[in-house]
Design a binder for this molecule. Structure first.
Ligand code: NAD
Length: 368
């Protein structure tokens, strides 16, 4: 029997409640597929700050590296909110673990569950059939480039007006673009074989390099996949206008950050979106939402995004596509039968169909 070691990072807020439902589902999959999952729990975020004064203890990173995959819930909360740059912040744990594990690809699937279609602000005919995957470059570009803020004594370039200045730099190497492009084409081959590469090539030099490299990789290795280029501003419009036309969308770090939040809104249910961050070693899986401190400890959080991050783990880290499909079918069946957590209930959901975190996890396991 194969044994996989999973590093669990419950983090803060609703984190411990929802991650328990993730492992419940993993255990059920294990029993069915003759695979066993072993867990090692480590600290991250506010919980780690409380215990040892930093958001990502070295021990946590070492544990994560030694495991086959990482399942993270969420970090943060008002207790640790600070604008003091000297104080540790929970989000440093997230950035630190992404960097520490070399997770350069972020995958955010955006799918519509028919049972929840009325949660979207878009018309049903526009969102019908939406099933897209955003592939965002995660460790380069504007968020990782050189930056500085300084007092400009000369007022250079502003007609002598002195004052503060700041800059951030957007830089990509051929290597960084090649590896993210390959990831996108590989994923497209497992889906509907279409990639939309998003850039701003009419203005940015990095985007012109991006476009050139994406086409070179496509022509040489993935000519069977359809490739289209789209400028980022146009993409923002097209996502709302014709979201069902997209299959895989690949883009740089900041464009991906913005477009994936826009795409998430198409579904209307934040508690239903998962993400995967992949590199060359251990990958990390997490829900897209935060730690929901407003409902923490009440047993009412929606565990489905966490459970869908388990689905992604099985698909991308363990090549267990069949088991991942089982989880997806169990979620669809549960929703089709009308079961809801409070965040996704609608005005016509009867009270007796509204369940808490653990009961929702049980419903999924029963349907597996
Ligand atoms: P949030 O996603 O935590 O919550 C936004 C709203 O959605 C809240 O009303 C919350 O109750 C609800 N919600 C979120 N997830 C839910 C779930 N699974 N079930 C039911 N309802 C859910 O965003 P926020 O309020 O902006 O941030 C709260 C904290 O989370 C902050 O400290 C923020 O920094 C942190 N955060 C962490 C991550 C992460 O860990 N990846 C991401 C975003 C925000």
């Amino acid at each position: 029997m194969t044994t996989y070691k999973i590093c669990l990072l419950p983090g803060d807020g609703i984190g411990p409640e929802i991650i328990a439902e993730g492992t419940k589902v993993l255990d059920a999959v294990g029993a069915r597929y003759d695979v066993s999952f072993e867990y090692e729990t480590a600290l991250i975020g506010g919980a780690a700050i409380d215990a040892c004064g930093m958001a990502l203890p070295e021990e946590t990173l070492e544990t994560a590296k030694a495991c086959d995959a990482v399942l993270l819930a969420a970090v943060g909360g008002p207790k640790w909110d600070t604008t003091d740059p000297e104080k540790p912040r929970p989000e440093q744990g997230l950035l630190g673990i992404r960097k520490g594990l070399g997770l350069y690809t972020n995958l955010r699937p955006v799918q519509i569950f028919n049972a929840l279609a009325d949660a979207s602000t878009l018309k049903p005919e526009v969102i019908d059939g939406v099933d897209l995957m955003i592939v965002r470059e995660l460790t380069g570009g504007l968020y990782f480039g050189m930056r500085e803020r300084f007092y400009d004594e000369e007022g250079a370039g502003t007609g002598g007006a002195k004052g503060q200045r700041a800059y951030d730099t957007l830089e990509y190497s051929e290597y960084e673009i090649e590896r993210i492009a390959r990831q996108a084409f590989e994923i497209a081959r497992k889906r509907r074989s279409k990639v939309t590469s998003v850039d701003k090539a009419n203005v940015l030099e990095t985007s012109r390099l991006w476009r050139e490299i994406v086409h070179r990789i496509h022509d040489a290795e993935y000519a069977d996949v359809e490739l289209e280029d789209l400028l980022v501003d146009n993409t923002a419009m097209q996502l709302i206008d014709r979201p069902a036309d997209f299959d895989v969308m690949v883009t740089e770090n900041m464009f991906g950050d913005i477009l994936s939040d826009e795409a998430a809104q198409i579904t209307g249910s934040l508690g239903m979106l998962a993400s995967a961050s992949l590199g060359d070693g251990t990958a990390l899986y997490e829900p897209s939402h935060g730690s929901a401190p407003d409902i923490a400890g009440r047993g009412i959080a929606n565990p489905l995004a966490q459970i869908m991050s388990v689905e992604m783990m099985l698909r991308y880290s363990f090549d267990m596509g069949e088991a991942a499909d089982d989880i997806r079918r169990a979620i669809v069946a549960t929703l089709d039968e009308g079961w809801r957590t409070g965040d996704i209930r609608s005005t016509d959901t009867p009270d007796d169909k509204v369940v808490g975190t653990a009961a929702m996890g049980d419903l999924i396991v029963e349907r597996l």
